[in-house]
Design a protein around this ligand. Structure first.
Ligand code: MLT
Length: 210
């Protein structure tokens, strides 16, 4: 664990130097930089992994941005934190010399800031696996997400993210030009094996577009 570069984080170098993908792991509320390491390693064994800890504390629980209530986001803080996270990713790329294609893997609050990264800072990510994401904010201007890819893995019975929120986010990303896949898990907010299998298939099929 290191707090350099502005975020407490973990970095695991790629097993092979020419691995084209770096996974950016973004945990859920109350998580930390260690939570998603096993998931990242299961999704793409040997990939480089960058895993920051969210800097906002809600009753001691780390998050990536402030909220007023469940699903009601502090948009000003969200945008500030999204730009801050982008600067961290750029600094980490220089420090650890990973380049190429960064694919975010976010769960819940981490998926929401990953979606925000796509909408606000399109060059930062090549794609994203969004587990249980909702619309983070509605951009004033539609970004250009041509060549970007996203997998939305949503729970049909999710009490936090209604199905309509998932569909709206998928439409928003598609309208911006992203290639969007949807996986519906029959349960709720917690991840199931089917979510992980869907993400493994999606990452295995992922190809750089440039
Ligand atoms: C959020 O605050 O980002 C969402 O409500 C998901 C969560 O509970 O973290």
């Amino acid at each position: 664990m290191t707090a350099d570069l502005g975020f407490i984080h973990r970095f695991i170098p790629a097993a092979e130097p020419d691995n084209p993908i770096t996974l950016l792991l973004l945990h859920g509320t109350g998580g930390n930089e260690d939570d998603l390491l096993p998931l990242g390693q299961a999704l793409l064994p040997g990939a480089a992994i960058l895993s920051p800890r969210g800097k906002v504390l809600e009753h001691g629980m780390p998050r990536f941005f402030r909220r007023f209530a469940e699903g009601v986001f502090d948009e000003e803080d969200l945008k500030f934190r999204t730009l801050e996270l982008t600067r961290f990713i750029e600094a980490a790329g220089r420090e650890y010399r990973f380049g190429g294609n960064i694919i975010a893997v976010g769960y819940s609050n981490g998926a929401n800031i990953a979606a925000s990264l796509m909408l606000l800072c399109p060059p930062t990510l090549a794609g994203a696996v969004l587990f249980r994401a909702m619309v983070p904010f509605v951009p004033d201007v539609t970004p250009d997400l041509t060549g970007k890819q996203a997998l939305l893995a949503a729970g049909r019975q999710d009490p936090i993210v209604p199905q309509s929120g998932t569909v709206k986010l998928a439409e928003m990303l598609k309208t911006a030009g992203a290639d969007v896949s949807l996986h519906w898990h029959e349960g709720g907010h917690e991840l199931g094996q089917d979510d992980i299998a869907a993400a493994q298939r999606w990452i295995a099929a992922w190809k750089p577009t440039k």
